[in-house]
Design a binder for this molecule. Structure first.
Ligand SMILES: Cc1cc2nc3c(=O)[nH]c(=O)nc-3n(C[C@H](O)[C@H](O)[C@H](O)COP(=O)(O)OP(=O)(O)OC[C@H]3O[C@@H](n4cnc5c(N)ncnc54)[C@H](O)[C@@H]3O)c2cc1C
Length: 405
């Protein structure tokens, strides 16, 4: 195996790197946002702070100017049509530069679904706005009683003339408070087997009867929400795909880069910062010289980060050969989300009680409180996008061929 870039890949990497050095606004470069930087664009564009709004607009325009808001989309839809390997390099460099993605789930989920299942009108209405970084989407799938077993969802849509009338509740809706549009799974046939009575609809965030209530998580971040629908009218023309076939629309995810390389790059950055600080400005607070066990832990995390890179390389080399990763993507998702938690834990332990200062504006906070904040914030990483137990089920059944429990 050759781990090095080919000549073309090295040229592409250099192009991305120099663009990022020039174009990423200082607000993101500074690392000030720390753990939250991945969500920064969606938050900033609706912020009360004019500097944040300006940074989000400047960044969307720079990335859009390069055609890199949707680097993975095919060129015929206005994407950059990058190969999986180029996306891999692009994602690596974006993470290394702390540059937030633009377009969120509009780029990663909704756009690709519309390309496959959308009508010409739906594509014409939504795709250009996603590509221009003008619109943010939220994903309304999970409900209070339906997460891992999503097909049991109960939000009800009843046809009334040219509209559906929708009643019910979603939960954990990330970015619903800053979204302009929602894509939502609703039940259109309560008598059909559960996967076959669901439809997929697009909903304007301003639709009367739609309301969003914040859920502030235990890291004091407002990332997700409860979303309520009371007699919300959605035109039937906003349904994507056939009625009662929404489950299959909702599960469409094109086979884009699935390596989780961003996790490996962030883990390496975090270890580098930890070691540098423990040997530098934070030497006095660090417990490295007093506790050999922490030195061993840091070495373990370093090795695990290398392992994470190898999981990512494995997936990207499969995709490069035209193979479709299946349980392999679950191994990397599982390992990455658990590594994020272990790394935060090690960071907190390295500085002992000094790590407990929560306020990143406090001059005594270590590395802007990033370890304690990610220690608390990363609890969600083994739940979001499929829990670790669900990933283990996939690895057990599809990877190891074990029987279903
Ligand atoms: C940060 C974050 C952001 C999110 N953003 C969104 C969003 O934008 N839109 C959206 O629709 N949803 C979102 N979610 C919801 C997420 O998809 C669900 O939380 C997740 O699928 C788990 O569902 P649940 O919370 O209902 O837990 P449950 O499914 O009720 O699981 C509870 C526990 O039981 C275990 N379990 C369940 N089934 C099995 C099984 N078959 N075998 C073994 N163990 C099992 C689970 O692993 C878990 O430990 C988000 C969640 C988080 C944490």
């Amino acid at each position: 195996m050759d781990w090095n870039d080919s000549e073309d890949q090295a040229d592409f990497r250099a192009e991305v790197k120099s663009f990022l050095e020039e174009a990423v606004p200082d607000r993101y470069k500074s690392d000030e946002l720390g753990f939250a930087s991945g969500f920064a664009w969606g938050e900033d564009r609706k912020s009360d702070d004019p500097e944040a709004v300006a940074a989000a607009a400047e960044w969307a325009s720079a990335l859009g100017g390069k055609g890199w808001i949707a680097p993975q989309w095919p060129a015929e839809y206005g994407g950059a049509g990058l190969s999986p390997m180029e996306q891999f390099i692009f994602n690596m460099e974006m993470t290394d530069a702390n540059a937030p993605n633009v377009g969120g789930s509009g780029v990663s989920m909704l756009g690709p679904m519309l390309m496959v299942h959308g009508t010409d009108e739906q594509k014409a209405e939504h795709i250009p706005k996603i590509l221009a970084g003008e619109v943010a989407w939220a994903q309304g799938y999970s409900e209070p009683g339906s997460g891992s077993d999503l097909a049991s969802l109960q939000t009800r849509a009843i046809r009334d003339g040219d509209d559906y009338v929708i009643n019910g509740q979603k939960i954990w809706t990330s970015g619903a408070h800053t979204a302009d549009w929602f894509f939502v799974l609703v039940r259109t046939d309560p008598d059909a087997p559960k996967h076959r009575g669901i439809s997929f609809v697009l909903m304007d965030a301003k639709a009367p009867g739609l309301s969003v209530r914040p859920l502030v998580n235990m890291a004091w971040s407002h990332v997700f929400n409860e979303t309520f629908f009371e007699d919300v009218r959605v035109p039937v023309s906003n349904r994507v795909g056939e009625e009662n076939r929404g489950w299959y629309v909702g599960m469409t995810l094109l086979d884009y880069e699935r390596s989780n390389i961003t996790g490996a790059v962030s883990a390496r950055r975090t270890i580098d910062r930890l070691v540098k600080h423990a040997n530098g400005d934070g030497k006095e607070q660090s417990r490295l010289s007093e506790l050999g066990s922490i030195r061993h832990e840091i070495a373990d995390r370093y090795i695990e980060t290398e392992v994470m890179y190898n999981f990512s390389f494995r997936i990207i080399s499969m995709q490069d050969k035209g193979l479709i990763p299946n349980y392999e993507a679950s191994t990397s998702k599982l390992f990455n989300s658990e590594l994020t938690q272990r790394l935060a834990n090690t960071g907190v332990k390295t500085f002992g009680l000094h790590s407990n200062i929560w306020d990143k504006a406090d001059a005594r906070a270590l590395l802007k409180a990033s370890f304690i904040q990610s220690y608390v914030g990363s609890v969600a990483s083994t739940i979001a996008a499929g829990t670790s137990e669900i990933q283990r089920n996939i690895i057990a059944t599809r990877g190891l061929g074990l029987p279903r429990g």
